[in-house]
Design a binder for this molecule. Structure first.
Ligand code: ZN
Length: 324
């Protein structure tokens, strides 16, 4: 059992959502250039209750339901000082092997974190609270391009693609079309507000129609992490439109002339910053309902089964572990 030091609190974890990156670590020991070189506890979508306060810490009080912000930027490096903590040179992000020693994650009974990273959740719904981190990722992504009043395509209807639907709706999108190669995730995307969904494996022609007249969409979010979808996005976006890359791990050969002649913006979006507080507020105030996206909750003792389920998109959307 860890004990909190000055500036820290001890959190009794109750819910932890399994993320795509957790799955990559579990199956392959990493993703892209990131490799695990030592044992690491996974988990960074976590919610629980404050169990104890470190010396001199004023709150949140013991018993408060909190969502743990997994990002711990150093606050001192060049990027932190210029207000870009996402790009911190010494970021300690829970359950990440990007640095060595790795930062242990939150799939555990107890976790010590900075007091300010334990963000109180108003209505105390721990399952909803564990969605704050991926929702923050999506709120950050929709902040990368003007979405209000625009036509939006989302490529990939996994948990991030589906939460992008919620975030794009919140940001005032005019029309949201979601693509995936399976029907099951597309049904979830419709439940949370997609106007139209297309199974590209079965209806490629419907998608191709969006390539006519130099493209249809003002903004496209790529959340599949596939090279082919990145290349496809270049065909469906209108001149001067924006493609936001949220999915990771794709290697793509792109027709650069399409970017040049249509004057496209191609932008990456990574993690989140202040959007975490916004996500906790929207969930805690019940201004958005993410419960349709929670497909399974399994006890931590069945973590293996939970990871297999989370990796099978024909069976699951978001899978959470219960620690209490
Ligand atoms: Zn820093």
């Amino acid at each position: 059992d860890p004990s909190p030091g000055p500036g820290e609190v001890l959190v009794r974890i109750e819910r932890g959502g399994i993320c795509g990156s957790d799955l990559h670590y579990y199956r392959h020991g990493g993703f892209g250039t990131v490799r695990m070189t030592e044992p690491m506890t996974l988990g960074h979508e976590i919610a629980g209750r404050v169990a104890a306060l470190g010396p001199g810490v004023g709150g949140p009080a013991a018993g408060t339901v909190v969502v743990v912000n997994p990002a711990n930027p150093c606050g001192a490096c060049a990027f932190c000082r210029e207000g870009r903590p996402i790009h911190c040179l010494d970021m300690r992000f829970l359950g990440s092997a990007m640095r060595t020693p790795h930062v242990q994650g939150g799939f555990s009974e107890y976790l010590v974190c900075r007091a300010e990273n334990a963000v109180p959740l108003k209505h105390g719904d721990l399952s909803a609270g564990a969605f704050a981190e991926p929702l923050a990722v999506c709120l950050h992504a929709v902040g990368q391009a003007p979405v209000y009043g625009r036509r939006v395509m989302i490529m990939g209807a996994g948990p991030i693609g589906s939460l992008l639907v919620v975030a794009a709706r919140f940001a005032g999108a005019r029309e949201i079309v979601v693509l995936d190669i399976r029907d099951e995730p597309l049904a979830y995307a419709r439940k949370v507000g997609a106007d139209r969904t297309i199974n590209t494996a079965e209806h490629a022609d419907e998608v191709e129609a969006f390539a006519a007249d130099k493209g249809y969409f003002d903004v496209i979010f790529e959340a599949a992490g596939q090279g082919a979808t990145v290349a496809g996005a270049l065909r469906y976006v209108r001149p001067r439109g924006t493609i936001v890359l949220v999915g990771q791990g794709a290697t793509a050969e792109l027709p650069v002339s399409a970017i040049v002649t249509r004057e496209l913006d191609l932008r990456g979006s990574f993690r989140f910053d202040r959007e975490f507080a916004l996500a906790v507020e929207l969930i805690g105030d019940r201004r958005i309902d993410l419960s349709p996206l929670l497909s399974h909750t399994l006890p931590a003792a069945e973590a293996d089964r939970a990871f297999v389920l989370a990796g099978d998109k024909s069976q699951s959307m978001k899978v959470q572990l219960a620690f209490a």
